[in-house]
Ligand binder design. Structure first.
Ligand SMILES: NC(=O)c1ccc[n+]([C@@H]2O[C@H](COP(=O)([O-])OP(=O)(O)OC[C@H]3O[C@@H](n4cnc5c(N)ncnc54)[C@H](OP(=O)(O)O)[C@@H]3O)[C@@H](O)[C@H]2O)c1
Length: 389
């Protein structure tokens, strides 16, 4: 009997996991810990996410296959629901992914994950606990090819509190829970779906499209981005969760050196998808020095006439800061373990562009990540990107 506790079922990757896993005819029970007031409301929340991957009828049918446990993972250690006791595996995806959420993000991601780990100790048949981190815990000063074991590092300089909270979580899990069968999975940057394109989510896809529309890059066209699709991440996570033996307890889920994408190739893909615009000419700019230039250009292309566009400008600056790092995350461990390589961004970006809405509309999928925190002043040193946008 395989009984998998899933957190984050209503999120992008959680939806991708369930969409694939529930379509299989196997003997696996998925137990989803969902924030909701009743089991039925929780089921409808999961169904709403699944609808992004299928039609409403299929989404309802799949959602009927799961067990819903209403709850908040940050209080899992006081949740004695017996349906949790018999879980054999945990896939912990839930997180506060806000970039500027301050203390709340740390409490949720770090303290909350430790609460879940304490609850896991009361699951006698637990075989594996996959904690999903992020490859971006490497911070801003990492070498351009990032190896798994070099991080978390206390000296890492984090651009946002979100990655800092994820790094601290890994450190605390290793220090405080050596008795649990924890495997860390760190996806790189998740964009789109390799066959469904932008339908399940336009998270981060809008950034690539905005860069194309702005014709501005904060880095050389020869620098790279390490991007993977949500369905590949989902498939690989389930593989890491259920493969009987793993050589390591820490993996990047990334494109790696062989699969990363040069910005020049992203631009070529846009040229092919939209030939009416001809050959694109991009301006390379300095993100710190030329922020007025970016603002002016953004205003010309998108306008700055409402709050969501101003939030989008701040978010664009923030993502550009990550793009400028030119990072690739080594994936040799995953490949040696026998997992399929991720499809290249260039191979599936056309699918994403084919069913994309307007860029500003697509930003809405990420808007919560960029909500300002009322308690923190905009000029705080923790918020350099917000302050300069
Ligand atoms: N997407 C990426 O590019 C990317 C890259 C690297 C790593 N990751 C990691 O992958 C994981 C999943 O990412 P995602 O993009 O799927 O995130 P997402 O779409 O933002 O979803 C976050 C999920 O966490 C749940 N959640 C948050 N706080 C919760 C709480 N206190 N109790 C219960 N559930 C809670 C949310 O539930 P509600 O619906 O109730 O809010 C939602 O289901 C995260 O750990 C993230 O750090 C993502």
């Amino acid at each position: 009997m395989v009984r998998i506790l899933l957190t984050g079922a209503t999120g992008l990757i959680g939806g991708a996991v369930l969409h694939q896993a529930l379509g299989r005819d196997d003997d696996v029970t998925w137990v989803c810990l969902v924030r909701c007031t009743s089991v039925e409301q929780g089921r409808q929340r999961v169904a709403a996410r699944l609808e992004r991957f299928s039609d409403p009828f299929t989404a309802q049918r799949l959602a009927r296959k799961i067990e819903i446990v209403p709850g908040d993972f940050t209080r899992a250690d006081s949740d004695m629901d017996p349906r949790l006791d018999a879980c054999t595996h945990i896939l912990h995806l839930a997180a506060d992914t806000s970039w500027w959420g301050g203390e709340r993000v740390f409490r949720t991601n770090h303290d909350g994950t430790l609460a879940l780990a304490r609850r896991a100790r009361a699951m006698p048949g637990l075989k594996r606990f996959v904690h999903v981190g992020t490859a971006m815990i490497c911070g801003a000063d990492a070498p351009s090819l990032v190896e798994e074991t070099a991080f978390p590092a206390t000296a890492a300089r984090h651009i946002v509190g979100y990655t800092e909270s994820k790094a601290a979580t890994e450190t605390s899990l290793a220090e405080q829970f050596p008795d649990l069968p924890i495997v860390i999975a760190r996806p790189s940057i998740v964009v789109g779906h390799s066959t469904l394109g932008a339908a399940p989510s336009s998270s981060i896809l809008w950034v690539l499209r905005a860069a194309d529309a702005l014709r501005m890059l904060p880095c050389s066209p020869d620098s790279c981005v390490d991007i993977v699709p949500a369905d590949w991440v989902a498939e690989t996570l389930v593989g890491l969760l259920t493969k009987p033996d793993l050589k390591h307890d820490l993996y990047h889920l990334s494109a790696g050196a062989a699969g990363r994408t040069r910005w020049a190739d992203v631009i070529t893909t846009f040229e092919k998808a939209d030939p009416s615009d001809g050959v694109r000419s991009f301006r390379q700019f300095d993100l710190d020095r030329d922020h007025t230039l970016l603002r002016k250009r953004f205003s010309e292309v998108f306008g700055l006439d409402d709050a969501s566009k101003r939030a989008m400008l701040r978010a664009t600056r923030a993502y550009y800061a990550f793009c400028a790092l030119d990072l690739t995350f080594a994936n040799d461990r995953l490949v040696e373990e026998g997992f399929e390589r991720a499809p290249s961004l260039a191979s599936y970006l056309p699918v994403c562009l084919a069913n994309s809405a307007e860029i500003v509309e697509q930003f809405v999928d990420d808007i919560e990540m960029f909500a300002p925190v009322p308690a923190a002043p905009v000029s705080s040193p923790d918020l350099p990107l917000a302050a300069t946008a």
